[in-house]
Write a protein that binds this ligand. Structure first.
Ligand code: KDG
Ligand code: MG
Length: 403
């Protein structure tokens, strides 16, 4: 089999998505997600200008060789743009290989290790009361694990809380919108939020929380300690992780489990965190960390240290990524949990998919390949619209902070 063509499809059914479609001389096609929120066109250009010309004529079965060629062959290694582009190729090639075999992708990875993939949903409210109601609503929808994010008194906009409680889309403006941040207000509010959420939902539901990189290590340590009575499944992105050693300080002070890694793009970003047992869950995902081929390498390293997977699954990761991630999750021995933020009806219409949700668990389906396709006619109705993620500034003096 030979690759005869590859195309980048950019569309915006409510938000921007970049999809790579690879075609072969045997008529089999595969697709991969290449969406990098707020930087979509950079990945599209990287694929169009530098990757696709190198793919034509290659054997699509040689997934590992093509991965190494794109990673080592560029000379310039790593980075979110490069790794998202490689991920799109890798995902499309796994799709083709599984279709050629007539098998759902998880069978090629080693088969199912579990009956379903436990996912967590997002309960968001403008205040504690609304957040508690939302958590109970998610429990009633069948979720076994729920992330709770709430507005903070004194802050107009907070990560994770949007206008609607159904869909949350932070990339909301033609130029970055600016939010105010106050660590003091957030740290005062969050422990009482989880006190009330835990009291309302009882002991059996897993509760999660995303700090979204906003604390210093010592502040994160204090929050982790304050949240211990409420038995969180995890505290996510407690502090920026460029300095992997920062997590040592958090770890020394709290038994609240730690998750990190949605912005990582290679195994090198996680190596110290995993080998030093500074985290409990690694959140790298298919699209931003080099595809299934590289994610498997990260998961295998993590398994040596009892670190489990907890892949990112926000709405800016397309259904193509979600489908591929669910095949990975069904197989990976050290699976922990998968994030699942529902896409809008427009997005689902562009990307028909075989995956299903039932009673808090998802399944990738039994369709050969990863089970997600793109309806290009519907996609063409939604042209690209520039959209940026917000930035944060300290409320008291306007200093730029982590969003
Ligand atoms: O594009 C950024 C989002 O994917 C991110 O803000 C979502 O933190 C996130 C999460 O945990 O889903
Ligand atoms: Mg997050």
């Amino acid at each position: 089999m030979k690759i005869t063509a590859a195309r980048v499809i950019v569309c915006s059914p409510g938000r921007n998505f970049v999809t790579l479609k690879i075609e072969t001389d045997e008529g089999l096609t595969g697709i991969g997600d290449a969406t990098l929120n707020g930087r979509e066109l950079s990945v599209a250009s990287y694929l169009d200008d530098h990757v696709i010309p190198c793919l034509i004529g290659r054997d699509p079965h040689q997934i590992e060789d093509i991965w190494q060629y794109l990673y080592k062959g560029a000379y310039w290694r790593r980075g979110p743009v490069t790794m998202s582009a490689i991920a799109a190729v890798d995902t499309a090639l796994w799709d083709i290989k599984a279709k050629a075999a007539g098998l759902p992708l998880y069978q090629l990875l080693g088969g199912a290790s579990r009956t379903g993939v436990m996912v967590y949903g997002h309960a968001n409210g403008r205040d504690t009361e609304q957040t508690v109601d939302e958590v109970l609503r998610y429990r009633d929808m069948g979720y076994k694990a729920i992330r709770a994010q709430s507005g903070v008194p004194g802050l107009e906009k907070v990560y994770g809380v949007g206008k609607s409680t159904v869909f949350y889309e932070p990339a909301d403006a033609d130029l970055p919108s600016e939010h105010d941040w106050s660590t003091e207000k957030y740290l005062r509010h969050t422990p009482q939020l989880f006190d009330q959420v835990r009291a309302a939902v009882g002991p059996d539901i897993h509760l999660l929380h995303d700090v979204h990189h906003r604390l210093t290590p010592i502040e994160a340590a204090r929050l982790g300690k304050d949240l211990e009575p409420f038995r969180l499944f995890w505290m996510e992105d407690a502090t920026p992780a460029e300095n992997q050693d920062a997590f040592r300080l958090i770890r020394q002070h709290t038994t609240t489990p730690l998750a990190v890694g949605e912005v990582f793009n290679t195994i090198w970003d996680c190596k110290g965190l995993i080998e030093n047992q500074l985290i409990d869950y690694i959140r790298t995902t298919v699209v931003h960390a080099g595809g299934i081929t590289h994610l498997r390498r990260i998961a295998d390293l993590a398994s040596l240290y009892q670190v489990r997977t907890g892949s990112h699954g926000a709405t800016d990761l397309s259904p193509v990524c979600m489908g591929a991630a669910l095949h990975f999750d069904l197989w990976v021995p050290n699976f922990g949990i998968q994030e699942y933020m529902r896409h809008t009806d427009e997005t689902d219409a562009v990307f028909p998919h075989a995956y299903t949700f039932q009673d808090g668990f998802m399944h990738p389906g039994q369709v050969p390949g990863h089970g997600v396709t793109i309806d290009e006619a519907v996609a063409a109705k939604f042209p690209y619209q520039r959209a940026y993620l917000p930035v944060n500034r300290q409320q008291h003096d306007g200093t730029l902070w982590n969003w």
